[in-house]
Design a protein around this ligand. Structure first.
Ligand code: HXC
Length: 522
């Protein structure tokens, strides 16, 4: 017979003992929570924060729930160099792990990897975004193949979770070798200047193989990846501004692909006129202007989060809200390379379109495009292959899609930029739009080459033919009369027309045909 069956209640431990236990636990926790003091000081000297300080910046105060604090691996230190768990951002759940450089350089061994696997599994099981804070010397050399195996398990889980939960990587220190594939598999990658580096082979190997001498930063610093390779979606000067933007990004994303994107509680007016828009875009087709100013006029509070701001500036990709609803905006940028599409712009926009489509974010495409960038460098660099990615991404997207043609829309680039023919739901055009195979001058030179060569005054004839061509083919209603544009709108009404269009399309449901998967031209 047990004590409870005898009706005798076991005595509660004396209060003093409970307090002593708590104190002991706190003492142990504070001892295991970080690497040694010298390593922490070094981290701070380098302008970096510790894993826990970073989690404080990322998460709502007091929301962090740690898992596997006491787990040990080959380092013998609790946490095994990665702080893992879950917390909230603006009250919404996220899963996180933060590599701790103060313990064995944040290197990844079997236990460290198992903790990350657990976080990824929990994020997927609960349908919550995952944020990875990378600061690591890579595979823990002493653990050999076990460390490599650990990375494999991370990659496999990331791919399984792709398109199901948003994945964000924040690179805050070294991220070398195959480890760099983890941020590369994420939906968005943040990097901090001076302290973050990513590369597959470091400067020593580069020098040994090719004799080239480069610094860590020249090889794989934030500006290299934010401006040239396109690996980093966001680049920041410091960790504070970086985490502020991670929080902002999360506020625009659903927890998973089955949830709608988070609409603003105060949806704001969607029917207000924006007369400034007409002045922002010059009528003259070759005059540059800043597409970001147009986006600022169209979206709520003029606020948007530009992705890949420093890379392929000839196309702008941004997340924002219109009348409270999250939208993904893609716009040609006449300020950079006259807004042509090239290999980088196609890849940038294609990846953004696919992300938005995977997470139910409607697409608004602002078109002012003179065509594709000509030249051997582009053609030999696979302009056709990369352009096909953008075309594929748009054709496949089943979210609501609104196209607005602001000015030029020439040739194949017009078709690729979410034209009616590849499946946009609503195409709107400003009265100044010029939808054509090419500009009037170029068209006349091709079509009337022989006539012009034989003319006594070719310049005069060219002027007549250009005017004729523009009159017949480039007036605003040519496409609208043929159903390729749904409406010709006053520029001032663009925001309200988009808002009305998105409201009309809110219940859009289009399912792709059954197949294992398409063969996107990767
Ligand atoms: C074990 C490591 C480590 C590693 C760093 N440390 N990297 N321990 N395995 N990969 C330890 C160091 O020995 C040191 O321990 C502490 O972390 C801090 O490192 P330092 O070298 O003092 O720091 P720093 O001068 O800032 O240099 C950072 C570094 C350098 C550039 C990252 O540590 C480095 O080059 N590490 C090796 C990088 C690497 O080659 N990793 C493997 C990549 S391949 P003590 O005890 O002295 O404090 C890879 C494959 C992935 O990751 C494959 C996926 C499929």
């Amino acid at each position: 017979m047990s004590i409870s069956e005898m009706g005798v209640r076991p005595a509660a431990p004396p209060r003093r003992t409970m307090r002593a236990l708590r104190d002991r636990r706190d003492e142990l926790t504070s001892r295991v929570a970080l690497g040694d003091q010298a390593a922490v000081e070094r981290q701070h000297r380098l302008g970096k924060r510790t894993a826990r300080e970073r989690l404080d910046l990322l998460l709502d105060e007091g929301s962090f729930v740690e898992i596997d604090l006491h787990r040990k691996g080959s380092t013998g230190a609790a946490t095994d160099g990665v702080v893992a768990g879950s917390g909230t951002v603006e009250g919404r759940r996220v899963f996180v792990y933060a590599q701790d450089f103060t313990i064995a350089g944040g290197s990844l061994g079997a236990a460290h990897a198992a903790k990350i696997h657990k976080v990824l599994d929990l994020a997927l099981d609960t349908g919550s975004p995952v944020v990875a804070l990378n600061d690591s010397g890579g595979a823990r050399i002493q653990e050999g193949v076990l460390a490599l195996d650990g990375y494999g398990g991370i990659f496999r889980r990331q791919v399984e979770a792709s398109g199901v939960i948003p994945q964000i990587a924040v690179v805050l220190g070294p991220c070398a070798g195959g480890a760099a594939y983890s941020p590369a598999l994420a939906d968005f990658t943040f990097m901090v200047r001076d302290t973050a580096q990513m590369y597959l082979t470091g400067p020593d190997v580069v020098r040994a193989v090719s004799g080239e001498r480069v610094t860590h930063d020249q090889l794989g610093g934030a500006d290299v990846h934010g401006g040239r390779s396109g690996v980093a979606s966001f680049v920041h000067d410091d960790e504070e501004s970086c985490f502020a933007d991670v929080r902002y990004l999360l506020s625009l994303l659903p927890g998973n692909n089955l949830e709608p994107p988070p609409a603003a509680a105060d949806r704001g007016p969607g029917d207000d006129l924006r007369p400034a828009l007409a002045d922002l875009v010059p009528v003259e087709p070759n005059q540059p202007y800043d597409m970001r100013a147009v986006i600022g006029e169209l979206v709520d509070d003029g606020e948007f989060l530009e992705v890949h701001e420093g890379w392929a500036g000839n196309v702008v990709c941004a997340l924002a809200r219109i009348a409270g609803e999250v939208v993904g905006v893609v716009g040609n940028q006449p300020l950079v390379l006259a807004g042509v599409l090239d290999t980088s712009a196609s890849q940038k926009a294609a990846r953004f379109v696919r992300f938005c489509d995977a997470f139910g974010i409607p697409l608004v495409t602002l078109v002012d495009v003179p065509g594709f960038l000509p030249g051997t460098e582009q053609e030999h660099g696979g302009a056709i292959r990369h352009g096909a990615k953008l075309l594929y991404a748009y054709c496949e997207a089943s979210v609501p899609r609104v196209q607005v043609i602001l000015r030029k829309a020439y040739g194949g680039a017009y078709i690729v930029m979410d034209s009616r023919s590849i499946g946009c739901d609503l195409s709107l055009a400003w009265p100044t739009n010029e939808i054509a195979v090419m500009g009037a001058e170029a068209a006349v030179n091709v079509v009337h080459r022989k006539q012009l060569a034989a003319a006594p005054d070719p310049a005069e004839l060219r002027a007549v033919l250009v005017a004729q061509y523009a009159d017949e083919l480039m007036h605003p209603y040519y496409a609208a009369e043929r159903g390729l544009v749904d409406d010709v709108i006053d520029p001032a009404e663009t925001r309200s027309a988009i808002a009305r269009g998105l409201a009309m399309l809110r219940d859009k449901r289009r399912r792709p045909p059954a197949r294992k998967h398409g063969n996107v031209p990767l």
